[in-house]
Design a protein around this ligand. Structure first.
Ligand code: SF4
Ligand code: SF4
Length: 478
């Protein structure tokens, strides 16, 4: 008789030295999680972060600066507009700096705050939260959803499921549309969408990102964090005993067990945990925090809100499940002292790297000239004699206006006595435009003996002399 894959246990049997048999399950069938709705202090923070991050994500592409999209990564024209600054492929160093800052920022943040990023701001968490809101709004809370899923197909079930998935898909496609709007002007994209004139690439990426959102937030949910997210896997390397974690205070909670409200439970040998399982029911990854710190925990604090509500009802102090650290639990110091432990070598090292990178990036951005110049020598004829008997070298100056305003650029050359620049000594460029100018440099033979001589090209914006680029070149004499 054939069996489904999830019915076949795939285990590793390990026989220990003392003869004890240890069995490790390598594959366990996925069980759908139905997180219960929770309210409370930390839930309010989660709602705040959902709105803050989504306001940014959906709103920013519509902002305009200098009549251009404020944040646009124009891959086709290889120009990146970032709130009034224009970056070109030559500015790759800033991307490196951004990646460095993001990486070390995340390392530092993880060492201090544990999985705060996962619990509040990670797109996977945020979209799962939004999809859960839609699900709850359409199908009801945990018990109603379980009942609906277990019920046979009916007109009501079909209606509710169709409504939920339609709302999910519309939301996901809007997310896909916005994502593409960071790479192609979103206002044009919208106009083209209205007249169904999107390009094939645009349609592909809207659908791709849209269905990734739908699949990850609607179907995969906690499995993305558990099995796919690399950050979840390597962050334990950044944890130490002073890292913020969410923990169940087992010393206070055990022995767990039900009791009547107001009963002298301590006399019965019970702790503060009434074993209501609310902390488990609200958990979006389906774990029991009372079993200790687990890698699946995304630090969302839903279990804290759920348990605090129970503690309030029982008239017990809050904080049976709380934000704390291993050291605070072990050495029993109050949670307010956790901040004092922030100054530790690992955190200071991250802070130094971040500060240096940030300072260097800001300084470089402030000194950055919004005009780029590249010089290419004519390599066919290194030097030739002009009609007037002077020696002549030819160059091509590729000039790019990396600003949002049009400019006329003046071109000069210095370095050898009496040298003359023949050809165009100025060029007009529209915002972000690039063009090249061919020029010749003539030098009297007595000032350019055989060999190469250092010369300098100076390119200056006529209306803003501060925009000046000095580029070195060589003049070949004979
Ligand atoms: S154990 Fe608590 S903090 Fe961790 S994921 Fe579950 S509900 Fe969130
Ligand atoms: S919510 Fe609190 S009281 Fe209820 S089971 Fe969890 S830890 Fe115990």
């Amino acid at each position: 008789m054939s069996k489904k894959l999830q019915e076949i246990p795939i285990n590793v049997i390990n026989v220990k030295a003392d003869g004890e048999i240890e069995e490790t399950l390598l594959y366990s069938a996925h069980k759908k999680i139905y997180p219960r709705w929770v309210t409370g202090f930390w839930n309010n923070w989660r709602i705040f972060f959902v709105f803050a991050t989504q306001l940014f994500f959906y709103g920013v592409p519509w902002l305009q600066i200098h009549e251009r999209q404020a944040l646009l990564f124009d891959l086709v024209h290889r120009k990146f507009y970032v709130f009034g600054l224009v970056f070109l492929p030559q500015d790759f160093i800033y991307l490196t700096a951004l990646l460095l800052l993001s990486a070390f920022g995340l390392f530092a943040w993880t060492t201090i705050g544990g999985r705060l990023w996962c619990g509040y701001a990670c797109p996977q968490t945020v979209y799962t939260e939004i999809f859960l809101w839609i699900e709850k709004w359409v199908e009801g809370d945990r018990a109603a959803r379980i009942k609906l899923d277990n019920a046979p197909l009916s007109a009501k079930k079909l209606r509710l499921k169709t409504t939920k998935h339609t709302l999910w898909i519309v939301f996901a496609l809007w997310t896909g549309f916005t994502f593409v709007g960071y790479f192609t002007p979103i206002r044009e994209l919208w106009s083209n969408l209205l007249v169904l004139a999107l390009s094939g690439y645009e349609v592909f990426w809207i659908l791709f990102y849209g269905f990734a959102t739908y699949g990850n937030a609607g179907w995969m949910r906690e499995q993305v964090c558990k099995y796919m997210c690399p950050y979840a896997r390597f962050q334990s390397a950044m944890f130490d005993a002073d890292t913020l974690i969410i923990s169940y205070d087992s010393e206070r909670g055990e022995n767990r067990g039900s009791r009547k409200k107001g009963a002298d439970y301590k006399a019965e040998g019970l702790g503060d945990c009434i074993d209501c399982t609310m902390c488990v029911q609200v958990c979006p990854v389906g774990i029991d925090i009372r079993e200790g710190l687990q890698y699946e925990c995304i630090g969302c604090a839903a279990c804290i809100d759920a348990c605090d509500e129970i503690m309030d009802k029982m008239n017990y102090p809050r904080g049976l499940v709380r934000y704390t650290t291993e050291n605070a639990l072990e050495h029993k110091y109050p949670e307010r002292d956790i901040l004092k432990k922030i100054k530790r070598p690992r955190v200071l090292m991250y802070a130094v790297v971040i500060s240096i990178t940030l300072a260097a990036t800001i300084a470089s951005l402030m000194l950055r000239q919004p005009v780029k110049v590249n010089i290419e020598r004519d390599r066919v004829a290194l030097v030739r004699e002009a009609d007037n008997g002077w020696l002549e070298n030819s160059y091509r100056l590729i000039i790019q206006n990396a600003s949002e305003q049009p400019h006329i650029y003046l071109i000069r050359a210095t370095g050898l006595p009496g040298m003359k620049l023949i050809g165009d000594d100025s060029i007009e460029l529209a915002p972000t435009d690039i063009n090249d100018v061919s020029v010749r440099i003539q030098v009297a033979p007595e000032h350019a003996k055989a060999g190469s001589h250092a010369i300098t090209f100076i390119v200056t914006a006529k209306d803003d002399p501060e925009q000046t680029v000095i580029e070195k070149a060589t003049f070949i004499g004979k």
